[in-house]
Design a protein around this ligand. Structure first.
Ligand SMILES: CC(C)(COP(=O)(O)OP(=O)(O)OC[C@H]1O[C@@H](n2cnc3c(N)ncnc32)[C@H](O)[C@@H]1OP(=O)(O)O)[C@@H](O)C(=O)NCCC(=O)NCCS
Length: 197
């Protein structure tokens, strides 16, 4: 089960037979000692780039690890988040945008809608296929609905082609058809599709 703690950290308690797993926000001074998800760009981001993104307030990175891994030597997965929006310019025609906007009350149809972007998400090679990625997606969805401080309706991601089935399996949908054959594809999840607690 995934819970939000009262602190800025997010906590996940694994079942009683294993040690506690936590999701922790990386601070500017925090570094990750080792990580391998099989993708060089994503590895480079968590090992070298994430503190710079944090310093410049461009993205915040969270890691999933055992609670006693203070030096971030064995992290299981990470994701980074930034503010985003879905706007009329993301669609190839006004008709498609109007179709997308039908989910909103007539008086609340805007030229853009607030979103949070998953900039990066990766699971360690040794932990893939164990539902960790899906658990983190559920965590992110709940993180924005449980304490929606600023108004955030959608989660977006520019998904790697190879990871698209993973996101579709988790309720994300393509925004349009134009990028169907591109190396990455813009997908979104509507937070109003979550069951209310
Ligand atoms: C993509 C990734 C995050 C998925 O995490 P994970 O913990 O392995 O995924 P899960 O175990 O939660 O998988 C959930 C479902 O998605 C499917 N899935 C996961 N990765 C998949 C892939 N690459 N292709 C097709 N299906 C995939 C699983 O089979 C599973 O489906 P099932 O429940 O029907 O069996 C992980 O494989 C990864 O880190 N890949 C390398 C980095 C990457 O591509 N990141 C995404 C950047 S946009």
């Amino acid at each position: 089960m995934v819970k939000n703690s009262n602190s800025s950290d997010m906590q996940q308690q694994s079942d009683a037979s294993t040690s506690a797993m936590i999701v922790v926000k990386l601070e500017e001074q925090d570094s990750v000692k080792s990580f391998d998800c099989g993708d060089d760009d994503l590895n480079d981001f968590i090992l070298h780039e994430s503190p710079l993104y944090r310093k410049e307030k461009l993205a915040v990175t969270y890691v999933l690890k055992e609670a006693d891994d203070l030096a971030n030597e064995h992290i299981k997965a990470f994701f980074s988040l930034s503010n985003d929006r879905i706007s009329i310019s993301d669609f190839d025609s006004k008709t498609k945008y109007n179709r997308f906007s039908r989910r909103f009350n007539n008086h609340k149809r805007l030229k853009s809608y607030p979103a949070a972007k998953i900039g990066r998400l990766a699971v360690h090679v040794s932990a893939k296929g164990m539902n960790i990625g899906s658990t983190l997606l559920n965590f992110i969805k709940r993180y924005f609905t449980a304490d929606n401080k600023t108004g955030c309706r959608f989660i977006t991601v520019d998904a790697y082609a190879a990871a698209i089935p993973f996101y579709l399996r988790n309720g994300f949908v393509p925004l349009n058809e134009e990028d169907a054959d591109e190396p990455t594809r813009l997908l979104y999840f509507d937070l109003n599709d979550l069951d209310e607690d």
